[in-house]
Design a protein around this ligand. Sequence first.
Ligand SMILES: Cc1ncc(COP(=O)(O)O)c(C=O)c1O
Length: 473
Amino acid sequence: MDASPAQLAALVGELPPGPAYRTLSDAIRLLVVDGRLLDGTRLPSERALAAALGLSRTTTTRAYDELRRRGLLESRQGSGSVLRLPLAAASASSLIVDPDDPDTISMTYSAPTAPAGLARAFEQAAESLPGLLATTGYLPDGLPALREVLAQGYTDRGLPTDPGQIIVTSGALGAISLIGRALGAPSRRMIVEGCTYPHAVESLAGSGLRAMPLPVGDDPWDVDAARQLAPGADLAYLIPDFHNPTGAVMSEDTRADLARHLRRHDVVTVVDESLRRVNLDGVELPRSYLAHDPSAILVDSFSKVLWGGLRVGWIRAPHGLVTQLVQARMTQDLGSAAFDQLVVHAMMTGHSHLFAEHLDRMRRQRDVLVERLGQSLPRFRVDPPAGGPSLWLGLPGRTSSRLVAAAAEQGLLLTPGPRFFIGSPTAGERHLRLPITSREHVLTEAVARLARAWESVDDVRGPADPRAIDLIA
Ligand SMILES: Cc1ncc(COP(=O)(O)O)c(C=O)c1O
């Protein structure tokens, strides 16, 4: 694919102070790292880019030279300059980036380490292993005992469910990609929040579904826009509870209105509830979206309240879709790891107090992070959410990508705001997601590094504008 001079100039935006060739090559490198420029993209000629950016040709030539030196650009006579991602840079385009240097702090993923005591659930699972070993261990819809406990959980919440409606998957993302495989096709379209968890949308898009993002306003749910998009949509993907990355909670009225519009046009709605349990302040949440649309498909997992390493998630589907989903699964894998499901079952039946302890830890971490930010970066807007594993900061000016680049120089890896915006590669520069999931001393050090990084970026006067939001046209 080609990036036109105008497209690349829009993505690069205004260059910060400093040698222009360097800031330009840094800006392009960052666009590669956060996935907005993909491997194989052909960049415009140096002359065309210089004209689009109002820079000299020498500047763009030196910037491309710098990218070539870093192994990110390949230029061949006659075929122009093509972005090539070496392995390290390619993996950096994921939200999950683990630093090579042990002193580097990585806050690119919002997932906690395992709670103390999880090992006990492993031991307990090992005790019931002989029974499992006497089976084939192939569980395309999941471990029966676990499906029973999960179904009971919904029934207890007032959503009557039988185990036949539960399909255990490899994490919530495995659930989402399975739904994409079962229901997606290149001609089909999906409504998504304009600012959302990008891996989910990319996974669904991988099955051909085309995203129709809702405009982002005070919250990610523009009901009127959804009403207008619904007639052309086949699917919707929503995160109503402690939305990633904003932490917003969809109100009961919005749930009812959205469900009414989407149901009228038979839009199959996938509701990601995997953050619902990260209720740090124990607030009363509106009823599940399912209460307004019984045909919705729920997706959930324990990654955020237990441990992502288990890779156990699940789908709660209407009866009529279960067979289609399980059949689609059989084309990819034949079930999730049986032992890990046993561990989750042990956890739910014998060690559920660990969930509360885990949430306590995350609440304390959130409070420490909010306090340190208030002390060191008072011009950042911090609205602590009642739940969810991250803060969504408002930044003074459109500074997110520059701040993330400066933070990397300080040994702090972050994900820039635009990575979470769908449909508009330049939106999101006023925001930064900061996960609360690291230990308190790490968060304290991270804020110190962020503050140092901010000093090199801060050419914006005044605090974050509380009314400034990144609108997606
Ligand atoms: C909203 C949302 N859905 C799904 C996932 C993926 O979860 P899992 O680790 O269970 O696949 C995440 C992880 O960050 C998430 O934030």
